[in-house]
Design a protein around this ligand. Sequence first.
Ligand SMILES: O=C(O)CCC(=O)C(=O)O
Length: 312
Amino acid sequence: MDAQTHTPAPPVGRWANSLRIPPIESPFLEELLAHASLPPGWDERVRALHRDGYAVLDLDVPDFDEIVERIDDDLSGRYGKDRRVAEAWYWNQDVRDLACLPQVLDVLRLVYQREPIPFQTLNFEVGTEQPAHSDTIHFHSLPRHWMCGVWIAFEDITPDSGPLVAYPGSHRLPDFELHDLGLPCEPENYTEYEDFLAKVLAAGGYEPKHLVMKKGQAVLWLANLIHGGSYRVDRERTRKSLVTHYYFPDCQYFFPMQSDLAAGRITRREVIDIRTGRFVPHRYDGKVVPLGDLRSVCTYPRPLPKWVKGAP
Ligand SMILES: O=C(O)CCC(=O)C(=O)O
């Protein structure tokens, strides 16, 4: 670089906090940690989450057995052919409470430094055997990566029940979209995306980590961590669990599988904060961005619960 025109970079500390990259993914994590006063032991846990892209949490919910029993009773007749129930928070207060657990929200606040927005839940009855994927193909944000998942084990997970599988470090791969594969951005091309990701993982030598968790433990994963459900060796065994996906404020939220940003096509997502029951506005640089015509928006299933406010 020409010494005459070189402008020295500002000291990182002056702008690291204003980056639009989640602090947990910041290239300046060490500097952020040096200025943060985290509870004892948390520096190491934050570093591990930054490095691996996921972390197991002990939730210590005192009445967890009773909560799970009540959820079981409610959902037992509702699991469909795919053995899952989407958005049980619409009617089930226990699911809603678990999506909004203060101990989870505290961790998310700490590592994202923004208020978490629980916006989607899925209850699983058995292992999903879902091929490896990144949630950035389903739920993405602008700026990028203001999204994460928290998956809670409702029973002791056994190795033969198809445990969740994570690929440590894979969150640092690029955010692959259908366009990167030379495919039209349409959901029918999703299986090609799955095939592609399997090849990416093999080529990069990423090792699967099977998360054989205890009842009441949770795993938090960052937006682009590649994960899925492993093979169910014992076809009779359940693997009951709940995953909640979280966004953070001051973003635009969209459905990448049906968006092609370079072509000016964005399929926005409706976002409801499960905690408040309010719709969350999309924002760019602090300004509200209208959702536009709802026919081209990825919406929640209707009818919405009566207590949800501000439907567009
Ligand atoms: O529970 C599983 O097996 C997979 C869950 C998952 O991939 C997700 O919620 O994004």
